[in-house]
Write a protein that binds this ligand. Structure first.
Ligand SMILES: [Zn+2]
Ligand SMILES: [Zn+2]
Length: 372
């Protein structure tokens, strides 16, 4: 079928909205008509060439839409189901089989190769023109339609506002999962969150859900810090106006039980370790090749670990997040700003400036098939 998609051709080039051909779903796939899709930092990193993703490619990995067709082997989804699309995994390796799909042995190929795990591609330009890659995070949601599988298409209730829910598939899942899955933060804990973008806000809302007594938001953006306070941060720290380690030690007394770093900055990693309480843990949600830690700083039982996708099993975790949203305890509507799909460049620019926590692209033509 013919679809409209935003093709990323390379760093600093605007997206090109093109008509592409999308194959019918294979037996294990579902065809999803996108209603909306979040924009995540990883999309920007991929466009800039900072991930293994090839180019030109259709990016996008926080899709929300309605199932249109299902392959013959699909048993858990039907046409008409509302779904949130999440990351892809193989389902067969030791990590997947033990419920840790975000650490799948084939995670890079499943999410960043631009193709299915068997190397095939379901997205094409007109015959004779250059290839285009797809299947980004098993979806490529910057398009009117996408192919996904039962592993990464998660059914959500029909009466929820679907256009808001796409970012549950990556950014909000990543932050909330770090708090609730990775660390299982107990009631009463002191949690510091370095960087309150979408991942940081996911962590903040989850820390409140978990009953953390002290929730500290650290950022350089005053607007985001004010919003963090509105959403329940007990303390805010402006990182360019204050020494972060001193501030966190001052607030917590003995140090933070958990520090979640969403920035990937070397200086913030130093603050994270220096402000830990004995037995405290640092979760790294963004990589920084340049950052290093003096291991002596980890004496007293402190630890540090990388976290991918909040250790979530999407089919278990996304319905929980959706339920908490319904109950008003995970207010992602406060964090989203909508853009028309055709304004994707504006959404990326606003996100890069920090003007918006979570841009979400809406498809104006959702509800009818491309007829051109
Ligand atoms: Zn796997
Ligand atoms: Zn993402």
């Amino acid at each position: 079928m013919r679809i409209r998609a935003a093709v990323a051709a390379g760093p600093s080039q605007p997206f090109a909205i093109e008509h592409l051909e999308l194959d019918a779903p294979r037996p294990d796939e579902v065809l999803v008509r996108l209603v909306a899709t979040g924009v995540c930092q990883t999309d920007a990193h991929a466009r800039a060439g900072h991930t293994p993703a090839p180019s030109p490619i259709v990016l996008g990995h926080e899709g929300a839409g309605i199932v249109e067709h299902v392959g013959e082997a699909v048993t858990g989804l039907r046409p008409g189901d509302h779904v949130v699309l999440s990351f892809q995994s193989c389902g067969e390796c030791a990590r997947c089989l033990t419920g840790r799909p975000s650490y799948c042995d084939r995670a890079l190929a499943a999410n960043f190769s631009g193709a299915r795990l068997d190397g095939s591609r379901g997205l094409h330009r007109a015959a004779g023109t250059a290839p285009v890659f797809g299947h980004f995070f098993g979806q490529s949601s910057f398009a009117t339609h996408a192919l996904a599988t039962e592993r990464n298409a998660v059914k959500v209730d029909d009466d929820l506002p679907l256009e808001l829910l796409g970012p549950l598939g990556c950014g909000f899942q990543t932050g909330a999962g770090a708090v609730l899955n990775t660390f299982a933060v107990p009631a009463g804990a002191a949690v510091a969150i370095l960087g309150v973008g979408a991942v940081g806000f996911g962590a903040l809302m989850a820390a409140k859900l978990a009953g953390a007594s002290t929730v500290i938001a650290v950022d350089v953006n005053a607007g985001r810090l004010a919003l963090a306070e509105e959403l329940g941060a007990t303390h805010i720290v402006h990182a360019t106006q204050t020494d972060v380690t001193a501030a966190l030690r001052d607030i917590t007394g003995t140090g933070a039980d958990y520090v979640l770093d969403t920035t990937g900055r070397a200086d913030m990693l130093g603050h994270a370790v220096a402000s830990l309480a004995p037995l405290g843990q640092v979760g790294l949600m963004a990589g920084s090749a340049a950052a290093s830690v003096a291991v002596g700083g980890l004496a007293l039982g402190k630890s540090l670990r990388g976290i991918v996708q909040g250790d979530a099993v999407p089919r278990l975790f996304i319905p929980k997040l959706a339920r908490w949203f319904r109950e008003g305890r995970f207010p992602i509507d406060r964090l989203v700003r909508f853009y028309d799909f055709d304004d994707i460049d504006t959404a990326f620019a606003d996100a890069a400036r920090g003007d918006v926590v979570k841009p979400v692209l809406r498809f104006a033509d959702a509800g009818r098939q491309e007829q051109e």
